[in-house]
Design a protein around this ligand. Structure first.
Ligand code: C5J
Length: 223
């Protein structure tokens, strides 16, 4: 049965739960906790911590509804063979990707910092996609996974709104997915960038996708 989210912006968003997945982007210790990569770049990570309860509620709702929950992690192979120099050398962080920090090597798979925060830990059945880029489709099996399950719509949450979330939504859009971003389940280190991204996504008749609050999704999604 279709869910009609009448309150979505810029106009109502309808989805079939049987063909919908939740994608939770990069809710990792390196971006959200003190001592991680986000902080080494000079960011105030407490801004991102605010959405954790809402993302937890969204994951719980999707689990209850039986839809596929997918988690992504931005991280690199331990030998850094998937880390372009252009990414490693960008900016002046106090620690670069691959360097040893308080939570292990920064943004390296298998290290503490690359893990998803414990409050949002995936279950054993849920797919975790490690991605070397900003977009979750680039150099990953996400597209194959979704195609294999017949997924056509994505509910999106995570961080950061204008970087990995927006890139993933644009990649998904080009691949034919209908995307709904949950406004209070995504955040940026820069409030103005979040606001601008939400506007960009919805502009020109949902050129990238739709947005709604978690409470609006929950209210619309009754059996
Ligand atoms: C960043 C991300 N901000 N997950 N990564 O570099 O948005």
């Amino acid at each position: 049965m279709m869910v009609d989210l009448e309150t979505a912006l810029p106009y109502p968003f309808a989805f079939d739960p049987a063909k919908t997945a939740l994608v939770v982007i990069d809710m990792q210790r390196d971006f959200i906790e003190a001592g991680g990569f986000g902080e080494t770049l000079g960011n105030n990570v407490s801004r991102l911590q605010v959405i954790v309860p809402t993302v937890a509620d969204l994951i719980a709702l999707c689990r209850t509804k039986g839809i596929d929950v997918i988690h992504t992690r931005e991280c690199h192979l331990p030998d850094l063979s998937d880390l372009p120099a252009a990414k490693r050398d960008r900016g002046v962080p106090s620690l670069r990707i691959g360097d040893a920090g308080p939570m292990g090597r920064v943004l390296v798979a298998g290290e503490e910092g690359a893990n998803i925060i414990p409050q949002l830990a995936p279950t054993a059945q849920e797919r975790v996609i490690d991605k070397p880029g900003k977009g979750a489709f680039y150099a990953t099996r996400l597209g194959d996974h979704l195609a294999g399950k017949g997924i056509t719509s994505l509910i999106i949450a995570g961080v950061t709104t204008e970087v990995c979330v927006q890139t993933t939504m644009r990649e998904a859009n080009d691949r034919g997915f209908e995307c709904l971003l949950i406004e209070d389940a995504t955040e940026s280190y820069f409030p103005a960038f979040k606001a601008a991204t939400l506007e960009m996504i919805r502009a020109q008749g949902a050129i990238v996708g739709w947005t709604a609050l978690f409470s609006q999704l929950k209210d619309a999604w009754h059996d």
